[in-house]
Design a binder for this molecule. Structure first.
Ligand code: BMP
Length: 213
């Protein structure tokens, strides 16, 4: 995944034609497009193949399963064109290792602490532990919350040179500047881009905020 704009679009738009139009318009302004269950369930998994024709695709399936099932999901995602897959870390070292192994040259990102208020309950107290697990398993990087930049900084201290992707910018209250200043490599932005009247202009605006960091 390139690191040019330092921005990833979270494409949770559920009208397939609109999602594809937004993806095409926004792609020049972001480094990757993250696809989650809402779009896959409305457009079908072929949307991964389609978008991967013109953008790096991060499959945000937050995979949380036994190693064999993790392997199958990661393999299918990569076969469709995903450049990266997001998995949960709480499943433990064997599941994380299966993800990394199945990804081949694609990247695996492990969730550490989630950005929503509920993320404080179970994920926050174990975030550093999950980052260490990910590091040992050979993941490419981590998901850490833009809503709590101090927690990005805490994960950065463990992550070393690995990448950190931070959701929670815009609709959830976080900012690109704070996330990148705290140590994130990329800000992930969803509703504030795909829900804007002009998604390409909104993405260009977030990209310029990232560039001025
Ligand atoms: P939005 O900018 O509209 O809040 O979207 C954020 C995106 O990042 C969503 O796709 C969400 O599932 C994802 N995400 C998150 O918000 N917090 C996390 O801790 C992990 C995520 O993957």
């Amino acid at each position: 995944m390139k690191k040019d704009k330092r921005l990833v679009l979270a494409l949770d738009e559920t009208v397939p034609a609109r999602a594809l139009a937004i993806a095409e318009a926004v792609a020049p302004h972001v480094d990757a497009i993250k696809i989650n269950w809402p779009l896959v369930l409305s457009a079908g998994p072929g949307v991964i193949d389609q978008i991967s024709q013109f953008s790096d695709v991060v499959c945000d399936f937050k995979v949380a399963d036994i190693p064999n099932t993790v392997r199958l999901i990661v393999e299918r995602s990569v076969a469709r064109g995903a450049s990266a897959v997001i998995v949960h870390a709480f499943t433990g070292p064997d599941s994380l290792e299966a993800a990394v192994d199945a990804a081949g040259r694609a990247e695996i990102y492990a969730v550490t602490e989630m950005s929503h208020p509920g993320g404080r309950v179970f994920t926050a107290p174990h975030a550093e532990e999950m980052a260490r697990l990910g590091l040992d398993a050979g993941v490419s990087g981590f998901i850490a919350p833009a809503t709590r930049p101090d927690r990005i900084a805490a994960i950065r201290r463990i992550a070393g040179d690995l990448k950190i992707l931070s959701p929670g910018v815009g609709a959830q209250g976080g900012s690109v500047a704070d996330a990148l200043a705290a140590g994130a490599d990329y800000a992930i932005v969803g509703r504030a881009i795909y829900g804007a009247a002009d998604p390409a202009a909104a993405a260009a605006d977030f990209a310029s905020q990232a560039a001025s960091r």
